[in-house]
Design a protein around this ligand. Structure first.
Ligand code: NAD
Length: 326
C-alpha cells in the first residue's frame, strides 16, 4: 500500500534505527516507493546486519554504522538529508529498570544529538518514535494524547523527555516535529531472541518450538496490538504531511481495539493449530494493566487509517515466522 502522493524521487531520507524492526520496514517502504535516497544510521546494538542486507541492492541506499550518542556521527548522518525519521533507541521497559543510565544515554542523549543535527541540517521534518509507556498509571481508557499519568519506568521517562525536547525544538527553532506514540507494534522481523524480546515473537517462536512460554500475571491485561505496516503508514504520513498543522504534536499510533494477552496467546495457538499450554508467572514490574488508544488525532491531522486489524496482522506475522523457522 502507498501512503503518500508527493513525488519523493528527489528527496532524501535518514532513518535512524533502520537495521531494527520498525526502522527496517520504514526503510523498505521508502526504497520500494520511489524515495530519491535513503540513508540508515544504526550501531547494530539490537538491530541486525541481516536487515541491512535486504537493502544493499538498491543503488540509492546508504548505511552508516554509527552511534547516536556521538554528535559528530549524527551531524554526518543528517548532512544533505531532507527528512529525518528517528527510530533508534534502546527499547524495553525491563531493560531500562535494570540499566536506567544506558537507556537515558541512548534515548535522551542520542535523541538530543539527532534532533539538533536535524535542525542544523535544515531538515524539512523530524518524525520520531515515542511510546504508549508515557501514559504511565493514567487509568482512563481510551488513552488520549493530552492526558498522561505518573511514569512507571526509566524507559517511559526517556520517551517523555524526547517529547518535551521535540516541543521545545518546534517552538524555539520552528523545526517541524511529530512524535508517534506506538502501542505494542508487532510483525515480521521483530526479534524473538534475547532477554528483552517482545511478547508476540516470543509466543510464536515458543509455541512453534514447543518450548516454555510464560505469561506475566493472569494474562487478562490488555494491549492495543499494532501491526507494523500501520506504524510505517503513520511515519510516512507524518514525514510528508501537506498540512503544517500536523507538526508540533504527538500522536497515538495503534488500531483503537484492545485484546488480552490470553486471547493473543489463544489466537496464535489457533493459527498454528497447537494445544501448547502457557505457564503463568508474577506480573512484570513497570507494566500497565490495560491499554487502548484513541487514534482520532492521528486520523484527523495525519490522515492515518490503520489498514491492518489485530487478527490480519497476526496471521501475516505467524506466516512469516513459519517461513523463517522452516
Ligand atoms: P529495535 O531494537 O528493533 O530497533 C531499534 C534500532 O536502534 C536497532 O536497530 C538498534 O541497533 C538501533 N540503536 C539502538 N541504540 C543505538 C545507538 N546508540 N546508535 C545507533 N543506533 C542504535 O526496536 P523497534 O521495536 O524497532 O523500535 C523502534 C523505535 O520504536 C524505538 O525508538 C522504540 O523505543 C520505539 N517503540 C517501539 C515499540 C514496539 O512495540 N516495538 C513500542 C513503542 C515504542
Amino acid at each position: 500500500m502507498v501512503f503518500h502522493n508527493k513525488d519523493i524521487s528527489k528527496s532524501s531520507f535518514l532513518v535512524t534505527g533502520g537495521a531494527g524492526f520498525i526502522g527496517s520496514h520504514i526503510t523498505e517502504y521508502l526504497l520500494k516507493n520511489g524515495a530519491g535516497k535513503v540513508r540508515v544510521l544504526d550501531n547494530l546494538s539490537t538491530g541486525l546486519q541481516y536487515n541491512i542486507e535486504l537493502f544493499v541492492g538498491y543503488p540509492n541506499f546508504e548505511f552508516i554504522e554509527g552511534d547516536i550518542r556521538n554528535a559528530a556521527i549524527c551531524r554526518q548522518a543528517c548532512e544533505s538529508m531532507d527528512y529525518v525519521n528517528h527510530q533508534a533507541a534502546l527499547g524495553s521497559v525491563p531493560r531500562s529498570i535494570i540499566d536506567p543510565a544506558a537507556t537515558n544515554d541512548v534515548n535522551v542523549g542520542g535523541f538530543v544529538n539527532m534532533i539538533t543535527a536535524a535542525k542544523d541540517a535544515g531538515a524539512k521534518a523530524f518524525v520520531y518514535a515515542s511510546s504508549s509507556s508515557v501514559y504511565g498509571d493514567e487509568p482512563n481508557l481510551p488513552k488520549t494524547e493530552a492526558r498522561t499519568g505518573n511514569l512507571l519506568s526509566p524507559y517511559a521517562v526517556s520517551k517523555m523527555a524526547d517529547e518535551l525536547y521535540a516541543a521545545v525544538f518546534a517552538m524555539q527553532y520552528n523545526l517541524k516535529v511529530a512524535g508517534l506514540r506506538y502501542f505494542n507494534v508487532f510483525g515480521p522481523r521483530q526479534d524473538p531472541n534475547g532477554p528483552y524480546a517482545a511478547v508476540i515473537p516470543l509466543f510464536v517462536s515458543g509455541i512453534m518450538n514447543g518450548s516454555a512460554v510464560h505469561i506475566n500475571g493472569d494474562g487478562e491485561q490488555t494491549r492495543d496490538f499494532t501491526y507494523v505496516d500501520n506504524a510505517v503508514q503513520a511515519n510516512i504520513r507524518a514525514l510528508l504531511a501537506d498540512n503544517d498543522n500536523a507538526y508540533g504534536h504527538v500522536y497515538n499510533i495503534a488500531v483503537g481495539e484492545n485484546f488480552s494477552v490470553n486471547s493473543l496467546y489463544n489466537s496464535i495457538r489457533e493459527i498454528l493449530g497447537s494445544k501448547h499450554a502457557p505457564t503463568y508467572r508474577e506480573p512484570r514490574s513497570g507494566d500497565i494493566r490495560d491499554s487502548l488508544a484513541d487514534i482520532s488525532k492521528a486520523q484527523e491531522l495525519l490522515g492515518y487509517t490503520p489498514a491492518y486489524r489485530f487478527q490480519d496482522g497476526l496471521k501475516k506475522t505467524v506466516e512469516y515466522f513459519q517461513q523463517i523457522m522452516k
